[in-house]
Design a protein around this ligand. Structure first.
Ligand code: NAP
Length: 469
């Protein structure tokens, strides 16, 4: 009876996870997606806990308390730190899978060796390798993104790197094959920790040649590894919910990584082995180019005269938390009859959907948020392109400069607007570490300063101009 109820609960939980992913598709239903995900997880935990064979309930309570102790502080990180936060979640997911696999192996060799069939051993070893690999790799990725001192930010490359990594992986596979065929041999319990160590080492080695700029994509790939590890765990524990949830996790991570690679015009191999993000050599001997600066007052006058303004937000808007000021500017311009649209690049900011989340927080109507492909053909008609802390995603070098590391990445055609105002604090480059010709263009005027402060000044100018308070 309990078995039937718990299987039914698993089915409902699986449905919750599928709805959760579906609802995440648009900002309008995303909140429901979060609730469905939470409901599915709570149901899954309770259904598992109801298993009458569980006798040590204290351990489960302890695990739940530990989960809250780690999860609650993690949920409080600022939005700009969400990529590394996500990496940490994957690290914990991977560690959990690895530990469950390890416990299962050592438990079964003493208690029920017959249980360790070849099929179950294949699943168990896959779970352990993917779990520990995800754990070590995700920790490295989080460290790189958080710019932790002892984790090198730049890609670390050395001769025969891929060959030596492959050799290591081959060794792990050979040992895995041996232990799969002879799980209860006297040497097997000693070989198992070696496989764990190799998986941990492989996780670190896989991440160090990748630059910080590619970390968010790598995190999505690690997400799919964690999902696959959960699928394998589902087979080991004979738990259908783990198989479904792991498959959903694994495939959504993979799809996300593919979307991100496409948006940056990169291939998987290029992300994983391209050592992108190495600091570019400054171009020697080039003539000194100059920026033109504009005051908030001057910019406000141009904005007032415009009939079509496109706002292009980027990472700087997130850093400055300027979204609410941007909303005020949007309201003021709309009130004056100006058409205002937001151009959203798929990899603006530091995570997919970063700009959508911020602008939704400021209650900007979704109908005025346009994806890159939908806005680009209107850019030549725009009177003003207002770039708010975006850099790489509006860099024309992606279209024209074959030597640029971002060559081929689709960009928002800010340079095609009649006038460009670009808000940033200094002359430093964006994430890819390269100069941006847009800022030197004849049509571009820089509004140097913190995005929140500058947009605030624009708002003040426009408010003053209309006689409002
Ligand atoms: P970006 O190229 O990193 O440029 C952001 C700009 O914002 C910087 O040039 C910075 O200049 C400025 N800024 C920072 N803080 C600011 C503040 N408080 N006020 C005003 N300006 C500020 O950002 P992006 O154009 O959004 O491009 C995103 C980059 O991240 C791309 O290279 C993309 O490939 C990469 N990436 C994104 C994702 C994703 O999922 N979104 C994933 C992987 C990689 P100053 O320092 O001079 O102010």
């Amino acid at each position: 009876m309990i078995y039937g109820v718990s299987q039914f609960a698993y089915l409902v939980a699986s449905a919750c996870f599928i709805f959760a992913l579906h609802w995440m598709n648009t900002p309008a239903t995303a909140r429901n997606g979060v609730y469905a995900g939470i409901a599915g997880t709570v149901l899954a935990v309770l259904a598992t806990w109801a298993d009458p064979t569980i006798i040590h309930h204290a351990w489960i309570v302890l695990a739940i308390v530990a989960g809250f102790a780690v999860g609650v502080p993690l949920s409080r990180v600022p939005l700009t730190a969400v990529p590394q936060r996500t990496a940490l979640s994957h690290a914990f997911g991977g560690l959990a899978a690895g530990l469950v696999g390890t416990a299962e192996y050592y438990l079964q060799i003493t208690e029920a060796p017959a249980h360790l069939t070849t099929f179950r051993m294949v699943a168990l070893i896959a779970e352990v390798i993917l779990g520990y690999l995800t754990f070590a790799g995700s920790l490295m990725a989080a460290g790189k993104l958080q710019e932790v001192k002892w984790v090198p930010q730049r890609p670390v490359t050395y001769p025969l790197q891929n060959a030596s990594n492959l050799l290591l992986f081959g060794l792990a596979l050979a040992l895995s094959a041996a232990i799969t065929l002879h799980p209860t041999a006297s040497w097997a319990p000693l070989v198992f920790p070696v496989i764990v160590l190799l998986a941990l080492a492989f996780g670190v080695l896989l991440i160090i040649p990748i630059g910080g700029a590619d970390m968010p994509t790598v995190i999505a790939i690690l997400n799919s590894y964690a999902g696959l590890s959960a699928v394998a765990m589902g087979f080991v524990l004979d738990n259908k919910l783990l198989i479904t949830a792991g498959a959903l996790d694994g495939s959504s991570g993979l799809i996300l990584a593919i979307i991100m690679c496409k948006a940056m015009n990169r291939s998987f191999t290029n992300v994983l082995f391209g050592a992108f993000g190495q600091v570019q050599q400054a171009k020697a001997g080039g003539e000194q180019q100059t920026y033109k600066s504009e005051t908030a007052e001057g910019a406000a006058q141009v904005l007032e005269q415009a009939s079509f303004v496109v706002i292009i937000p980027g990472y700087g808007m997130a850093v400055a938390q300027a979204q609410h000021k941007v909303r005020e500017l949007y309201d003021l311009l709309k009130k004056r009859g100006v058409t205002v649209k937001f151009a959203i690049h798929p990899v603006a900011g530091r995570m997919p959907g970063h700009m959508n989340v911020l602008l939704a927080e400021a209650d900007i109507p979704y109908t005025d948020l346009l994806e890159m492909d939908d806005i680009n053909h209107d850019m030549p008609q725009a009177d003003v392109a207002l770039v708010v802390g975006a850099n790489d995603v509006v860099n024309p070098a992606a279209r024209t400069d074959k030597t640029s590391p971002i060559y081929g990445m689709p960009i928002i055609d800010a340079d095609k607007a009649r006038t460009v105002f670009a808000i940033k604090r200094s002359k430093s480059p964006g994430f890819a570490g390269i100069d941006n010709q847009l800022y030197f263009s004849e049509r571009t005027w820089m509004l140097f300063g913190d995005a929140k402060a500058v947009v605030g000044e624009l708002v003040k100018e426009l408010t003053g101009g209309s006689g409002m308070h």
